[in-house]
Write a new protein. Structure first.
Length: 365
């Protein structure tokens, strides 16, 4: 089945069975003509964004022959198969969604906002006002790491230091650069490097780096491994600047990394983001509603609890927290029915084409 253009049954030519139909128990051969694929831009394997895309693909899938939700089987959309498609990260995912090369994408909320508003790395392509949110489904936080015996105790002390931001055009680099810029640390005021986490960790251990920024899941496998390999500390993101970031860019939230989450590291204040599942506003409203229902179904909730790296179960409050683009009307209808949208900002409701949040700092020099 072609997935290019917008079809009568929904965006991108998707053909779906009747929602909630008991026909999902029919044989695959009998229903093969009704099979549809829904691609989710997933980022690189091993990342938080990739893990969440895999969660989504499992939650929405309900291929012909599956047991019904009531029978303990899939609670996904009958006839649909979700496919997590690898990419280089949020920037790549959002580009593919904008070009209608995929049906949906998972992206960090800060990067989704930059694309929606046409800022920073998305400035040349202009604002992607067609992006709409289905849900916030995972927490990501910012970890600024130094050696435990370093004399660097606060973020402003990174001036003139060797700081790794992450790979070029990566989610990690964009968020790290944005956060440091809020502290007056533009790229000219420190010595940036652009290594992957593993390489940067080795350089930190050998003294060839002074600090590294890691933006990923709260229980980061990479940071866990680094803390086992060498004593580390995390610089707190706290105080007046952190308060200003949270107030001025609502998709950031104040949070903390619990004591001994990483070996020998005490509780440390930080900033938290969510990963957003995004679609085009052209997606059929009923399809968007069913995607939202499926991902919050009882069956998928078991997976969501497993995916909650921060120790807090993923719930409907998270679905709305930290969202940086308007919701799709189909998704919002589901949340309205659940009674969780009472305090939702007007800018996040469908029909708005204005600013959702003030822009994060985009200084790059």
């Amino acid at each position: 089945m072609g997935l290019g253009g917008i079809g009568a049954a929904g965006a991108f030519g998707l053909t779906l069975l009747d929602f909630g139909s008991a026909e999902s128990g029919l044989s695959g051969a009998a229903k093969a003509q009704d099979l549809s694929y829904f691609r989710i831009g997933a980022g690189a394997p091993g990342t938080a964004v990739y893990d969440l895309a895999g969660l989504i693909s499992g939650a929405i899938s309900n291929p012909p022959g599956s047991r019904t939700c009531e029978e303990g089987g899939s609670c996904g959309i009958p006839g649909m198969i979700g496919l997590a498609q690898t990419s280089t990260g949020s920037v790549d995912n959002l580009g593919l969604l904008r070009d209608q090369a995929i049906e949906s994408a998972v992206a960090q909320s800060d990067i989704a906002y930059l694309a929606y508003a046409g800022k920073d790395v998305f400035k040349s392509k202009g604002a992607a006002k067609d992006f709409r949110a289905i849900a916030g489904l995972g927490r990501i936080n910012v970890k600024i790491i130094v050696a435990a015996d370093s004399d660097i105790t606060e973020i402003t002390s990174l001036k003139g230091k060797r700081v790794n931001l992450g790979l070029e055009n990566s989610d990690n680099l964009i968020t790290a650069r944005q956060v440091l810029a809020h502290y007056g640390l533009t790229l000219k005021r420190y010595k940036p490097s652009y290594e992957d986490v593993g390489t940067a960790g080795e350089k930190l251990k050998s003294g060839k780096l002074d600090a590294m920024v890691v933006v990923d899941a709260p229980d980061s496998r990479d940071v866990t491994a680094l803390a086992e390999a060498m004593p580390i500390r995390l610089l707190p993101i706290v105080g007046a600047v952190a308060d200003k970031i949270v107030k001025g860019t609502p998709y950031y939230q104040a949070s903390s990394i619990t004591a001994d989450r990483f070996k020998g590291v005490p509780q440390t204040q930080t900033l938290e983001l969510v990963a957003i599942w995004l679609v085009s506003k052209e997606l059929d409203e009923e399809v968007a509603y069913e995607l939202t229902r499926a991902v919050w179904s009882v069956t998928s909730r078991k997976l969501q609890d497993q995916a909650s790296a921060s120790g807090r179960p993923l719930d409907l409050d998270l679905a709305l927290a930290g969202i940086s683009v308007p919701f799709h009307p189909g998704a919002l209808r589901y949340y309205d029915q659940q009674g969780v949208t009472r305090f939702l900002p007007a800018a996040l409701r469908p029909g708005t084409d204005g600013e959702v949040a003030p822009p994060a700092s985009t200084t790059t020099n």
